[in-house]
Design a binder for this molecule. Sequence first.
Ligand code: 13P
Length: 376
Amino acid sequence: MWLQAQDSSLVQSISSDIRHDYTWRWLENTKPARPVRVVIMDTALLEKNAMKIVSPGRGILAADESTGTMSNRLQGVGLESSEEARRAYRANLFATPNCQSAISGVILYDETIRQTMDDGVPISEYLSSVDIFPGIKVDTGAKQLANCEGEKITEGLDGLRERCVEYFALGARFAKWRAVIAIGEGMPSDACISTNAHALARYAAICQEQGLVPIIEPEVLMDGNHDATRCFDVTAEILSATFAACEEQGVHIPGALLKPNMIIAGKGSEVQISREEVAALTLKCLRENVPHDLPGIVFLSGGQSDEDATAHLNLMNEIDSNPPWQLSYSYGRALQAAALNKWASETPEASQQAFSHRAKMNSLARSGDWSATMEN
Ligand code: 13P
């Protein structure tokens, strides 16, 4: 009933849901030619959600620390880490009154997307109800890259399609995958660049197929004593390799977001550059290596101070009043550090106020309207 004519074009749409249409196509290079069911990516949904995530004045809270990292953070402020301790701290952050004016999405960890707010409402349901997109970290961590001492490859492609289906059902509408690129003697190697670019593109393609906007995060680390020029060159290399791989694998760029580092000298370098230079070099590197039909760039903070992360974003939005993409934030430490300290040393309300303040400062930086005097 569903096949009327043999035709290389799409024959008949047989079902649709919020994510994608299933259609039947004649596959011509099989002998004999046979109809196959294919998934059509819902590009309109991906584009709409990507644009909403980077809508003016808003950005992302990265709260997707793995259990190990979150335990270190809690222990770092003198708190015990347990499933309930992690839930309670994060649920309090998410419940910050009116944080949706500055926060469009929250990246969750697998443990958190299955947890509830204090009143028993599932966290992803609560976030959606206050107009915040739940997102999900889908990589399973950066592991030692064989034959490349000191370098890492991010894993998590096995079973990713099935996990995306489950996360979508749990409410997630975007995802994150972080590749880690270290700078050092002989690093990054060609192998590190090409394997991580390839994995990022495969991840992005699978997420899009399942209706999740992929955040593509190739992070060039600040560790080391390299200068800003070296950071620029390595960032340019991983960005261009990543987008070449995305093109090869059919990633729909208007339905994706990029989460890059800024161009900064290594932490151990004696030649640090000014905030203005960071902003100008970052914009130059992005303009030269990122497709202009990408809707948005959501920076990571990567170990910068809270104020530097805000000031750099503010300057970029001030210098370039008409960039091809929205320039926004997806900060972890730079949005949470003060809130975590207050959580440990003061009250839940004080933690929310600290988070609210940083979120507001970064919201203002989205339009170049932040100034250092607002920090006091
Ligand atoms: P930072 O802003 O602390 O670098 O974290 C962002 C993030 O999500 C890293 O993957």
